[in-house]
Ligand binder design. Structure first.
Ligand code: ZN
Ligand code: ZN
Length: 423
């Protein structure tokens, strides 16, 4: 593992608890920009308790009215697959998702802590996994819509866990692997400089300049291609699409950073104007199943052929969830020389891997990536080409071999990326 950036001496000299506290502080102040009087709803794996306690403390110091955390436990999730009756898998705790949506509507901020074992369900029945995911997606739809419309300030941060670390660093002893994963998270989350708040502001400004440039170009479509022909995909952009990246002004007026880390500029593709072939550049870890070497052919926006060398059953189940699951809802550009890509680590976690490479997402589009989209009806969003689905799953297509052209309405190709980096 080698990083191009070196943590400052001051960061290296901190104890682990101080580093954890720095991550907690940045997630509350930069990620959420939590406002005095706001409630905060957290979800986290049980291994994240030390991080959650620090986040909770910083949230109250920022003036939070009440902080509530819902924990999930990998072992308990697995117990369901091993012992629950079959009908369990078509059920989700609606009351729980309703409560979270109610909290959002009453002005709460939302923080998700990711860190569960990405391979937890790899050996379980793909049908049960898919049914449970569909049930959960349906139950959480109302709350998720508030998130995808950015009505409230929200963010996702990561917590290293032993099972996740073992997957990322299989060669190492458990404690060494855990330490390495923490170091990678701290580095990728841009909290290792002497002044992370200022660094985040500068990083946000760079992303914003790129977003402004893409927005003023008004491309009709993007073409992704590699010399070996494994990818040659034209992604039409939705009518009156908007590029986004870095921070977001949420509907409640709060400026937040929805992902820590974030390196992407993203927008909404047109659901019916995607054509060609695309090959994933990294494996996809989806709800506990690892899907490797995905290759899809798109015709008029829809996947007409999908293969994978591992996890193909899970891939097929995923794109069959509903009509929108076989269409794109996001396209994102990430330079191959982002700090995360430079680390050379495959994280098996979308929050990190999607910020290491350009990517596309199957399923639900972000209405905020359309001019005036936040207040548009579902029918109007669809007219602009925005996709609707119960799922939103990102997978990586960018690499050092990737070229990207912006295609103007007149059909002229302008180079955007070469060898995986901005031109
Ligand atoms: Zn993305
Ligand atoms: Zn996405």
């Amino acid at each position: 593992m080698s990083f191009t950036g070196t943590p400052s001496d001051t960061f290296a000299a901190l104890t682990f608890d101080q580093k954890l506290d720095r991550l907690a502080e940045v997630s509350v102040k930069i990620g959420l920009n939590l406002q005095p009087g706001q409630q905060l709803v957290l979800t986290a794996p049980t291994e994240a308790i030390p991080l959650v306690r620090r986040i909770t403390a910083h949230a109250y110091k920022a003036g939070a009215k009440l902080v509530t955390c819902f924990y999930s436990d990998d072992e308990a999730v697995l117990a369901r697959y091993l012992h629950a009756p079959d009908e369990s898998f078509d059920y989700a705790a609606e009351w729980y998702h309703d409560a979270i949506a109610t909290a959002f509507r009453s002005g709460a901020a939302r923080m998700g802590i990711t860190g569960s074992n990405p391979a937890l369900l790899a050996g379980q029945d793909a049908g049960k996994v898919s049914r449970a995911n569909i049930a959960a997606s349906k139950a959480s739809k109302a709350g998720l819509e508030i998130i995808t419309r950015h009505e409230i300030n929200w963010t996702i941060v990561a917590c290293a866990t032993p099972a996740w670390a073992a997957l990322v660093f299989p060669q190492d002893e458990p404690t060494v692997a855990l330490g390495k994963l923490w170091d990678a998270i701290f580095f990728a989350s841009r909290i290792t400089s002497a002044d992370p708040v200022t660094e985040w502001q500068a990083h946000g400004a760079v992303l914003k300049a790129r977003v402004d440039q893409l927005n003023s170009s008004r491309y009709h479509s993007l073409r992704f291609y590699t010399a070996d022909g494994k990818t040659d995909l034209t992604v039409g952009l939705a009518d009156q699409h908007l590029w986004a990246g870095g921070g977001t002004h949420a509907g409640n007026g709060v400026y937040c950073q929805p992902n820590i880390p974030t390196e992407e500029c993203f927008t909404t593709p047109h659901r019916d104007r995607v054509n060609g072939v695309v090959t994933a550049s990294k494996p996809l870890s989806h709800q506990g199943t690892l899907i490797e070497n995905i290759c899809c052919v798109f015709t008029d926006g829809k996947i007409v052929q999908a293969t994978a060398t591992a996890g193909e059953a899970a891939l097929r189940k995923l794109i069959a969830v509903d009509d929108g699951a076989s269409h794109l809802g996001e396209v994102a550009l990430v330079p191959f020389h982002s700090p995360i890509a430079q680390s050379g680590i495959l994280f098996w976690n979308t929050l990190f891997d999607e910020n290491a490479a350009s990517h596309i997402a199957l399923g639900q589009a972000y209405s905020t990536c359309l001019i005036g989209g936040e207040t548009m009806s579902l029918a109007d969003l669809a007219k602009r080409g925005a996709n609707e689905s119960l799922i939103h799953v990102d997978w990586m297509i960018g690499s050092a071999a990737m070229s990207v052209d912006g295609i103007t309405a007149a059909g002229k190709a302008e180079p955007l990326m070469r060898a995986g980096d901005w031109v």
